[in-house]
Design a protein around this ligand. Structure first.
Ligand SMILES: [Cu+2]
Length: 184
């Protein structure tokens, strides 16, 4: 019988500490303390996988609770995957996020891309595909027009989360290694 199967209690403790620290690191990497619940998308217009013949006046998302009005992004990308068809910045009213749309152009697959800030402060993002069945008269927004957004409406940086998670993970492994060595 292998002696490795007969783990002493201290080795179990090392494994448990490492697991707790690693879990803490993962939680930070995900930006999500387990007790908090993110806002959830309830519906969209156009709906996911819908087929539309004409561009609606606006794209709209409905969440399960009011979302914060910061770091909001709402775009509609065309069949080429890069052209933008929203006509202006997103506006947030309680649980509803919307943006005006231009007339659509080529028929094909369009995608709603969004990112909002949950009531608990965490970002929630996603993509919703739908299909334009009849080509419209519209032309895409020039890219230059999109980069000139209002100040302070920029993207929330991810690096603090990644750095914090990496530090916690690294600490967990270092502590576990030292305890395992002391145990040997
Ligand atoms: Cu959250």
């Amino acid at each position: 019988m292998s002696s490795r199967l007969l783990r002493p209690a201290r080795e179990n403790l090392v494994v448990r500490i490492a697991a707790v620290l690693a879990a803490a690191g993962c939680a930070v990497l995900l930006g999500a303390p387990a007790a908090d619940a993110h806002s959830v998308l309830v519906s969209s217009s156009p709906a996911g996988d819908a087929a539309v013949a004409v561009a609606p006046a606006e794209v709209a998302l409905e969440f399960n609770e009011p979302v914060e009005n910061r770091f909001t992004e709402l775009a509609v990308l065309g069949p080429d995957g890069t052209s933008h068809w929203e006509a202006g910045p997103a506006s947030v009213v309680d649980a509803r996020v919307s943006a005006p749309l231009r007339p659509f152009g080529p028929a094909g697959g369009y995608t709603i891309r969004y990112r909002v800030t949950s009531a608990d402060g965490h970002p929630v993002s996603g993509a919703i595909p739908f299909r334009l069945t009849v080509a419209g008269p519209g032309t895409a927004v020039p890219v230059a027009a999109l980069t000139a957004g209002p100040a302070g409406d920029g993207s929330m940086p991810l690096w603090p989360w990644i750095t914090g998670g990496a530090v916690l993970l690294g600490t967990g492994f270092a502590v576990a290694r030292r305890l395992a060595r002391a145990n040997a």
